[in-house]
Design a protein around this ligand. Structure first.
Ligand code: FES
Length: 57
């Protein structure tokens, strides 16, 4: 069975990995021009958020 993990990077996006491989990074700062995906804009917007991790399966 695959291991699916959603990690909220400190001051960054929600990163989805499956079996350790990054599949997508979703914006959570609201500034990406490629929503729902992160385009790195959080770095220049002083976005601050805690780090967290959730294992789905
Ligand atoms: S979290 Fe990276 S652009 Fe929003």
């Amino acid at each position: 069975m695959s291991e699916i993990v959603i990690k909220s990077a400190k001051n960054g996006p929600n990163i989805v990995t499956i079996d350790g491989e990054v599949k997508a990074a979703f914006c959570r700062c609201g500034h990406s021009k490629k929503k729902p995906f992160c385009d790195g804009a959080h770095r220049s917007k002083d976005f601050e958020a805690d780090e967290a991790e959730t294992k789905v399966l």
